[in-house]
Design a protein around this ligand. Sequence first.
Ligand code: EPZ
Length: 420
Amino acid sequence: MAKYQIRGNKRLSGFIPVSGAKNSALKLLAASILTKEVSVIHNVPEIIDIKKMEDILSNLGCKVTVSKNTVTIDPSSINSTSLDPDLTKKIRASIVLAGPMLSRFGTVSIAQPGGCLIGARPIDDHIDVLSQFGVTVEQKGDEYIFNNKPLAGEIIMSEMSVTATENAIMASVLSDGDTIIRVAAAEPEIADLADYLNQMGAKISGAGTHNIKIEGVKELHGTEHTVIQDRVEAATYLMMAIGTNSELKIGPIVPEHLSIVIKKLKKASANFTIIKESDKFYFQTFPNGHIESVNINTRTFPGFPTDLQSAYAALMTKAKGESRIFETIFESRFGYIEELKRMNANIEVISPHIILVKGSSKLRSAEIDAFDIRGGAALVLAALMCNGETTINHVEMIERGYEKLDIKLSAVGADIKRIN
Ligand code: EPZ
């Protein structure tokens, strides 16, 4: 178990590079098995969850080679249709192998996927979507065995689920006929997946909207692709810069992936602009006099991302006034709050979905624990904002989603030590 020791209340300065998006790269790796040909994916973050997905693919018989942030996948010799349960239990994204495996082989067995403890994380939407494709499912203990090649048709999602939408797209690209997915999730990572699949020869239109059309094709071929920037990582560092009164350049970013986050932070009088340098965009922050409390509710894209709820709550502990945060997506995504309270944060939990953050609380350093990726990142933000040395345990949880977080922060002057 590794931990961070952070001495906070320091102004940071310099440049924080943003990595490729975890929640896109994971699905691109899964999509690469939809062909027998080799694909190359650039800008893949070197994080624990990506390594897990690479291990799952290798375990199926793929040849996966990684050199820094480029992953090459040769899926020509896949020799199994059952995913290693020990690996699939570790990451939620393993569930998105169902669609591609069914499209290619017509069968797959997957153990109940894991992922952050932020709610029940059921897979009923996935089962509902795949059954609309004519796929049958049999449950043996916590193993799900899916059978049948997916049949084209009209699919109606029961939730705007990100991974269930991704499964639906990957189940339809090789089916014979046209599929339309209604009530689809519209996250930018889904559009990136569609771009990758279209480069492989798929015919997908409307990804990034709530209605996605797919014209099934006979086969796909290998391709080369660069993962989009991680909007959640970028905004997490933006809030760290705001919370520490720092002058930081953060990016590259895609501003339209963060429109509502930018609007809410501007409303909170955070002092930053978006600059353009050789056709790439960056956040440039400046010292803040103060920040105001602003309410948010998390929504599917383009609403306020649930993955930024915890960092935003940590930031609001230093804002003037009280902010109400309504987490509409997950039913238990407030696990980090007990840890913030141990740092003297004044937060009232109204329900499993609503908290009131009382601002201008003087945070105190403490020894705390990270329970999930984004909650852990919020604890780092809180530690950076307060005097004294805070110890955060189980930082592997944070490193599942943030590439080289301690190195990126040290490079801009943060006093953060990683202790194995
Ligand atoms: C993806 O998870 C992301 N993970 C999550 O990021 C993100 O928080 C979430 O989308 C929402 O944006 C990956 O892409 C790997 P959902 P996913 O299906 O697809 C309910 C991070 O920190 N639901 O959109 O699992 C579910 O309980 C992670 O990077 C069902 O009820 O989320 C939730 O309330 C955390 N049944 C809501 O839908 C299902 O079968 C949205 O979940 C599926 C989902």
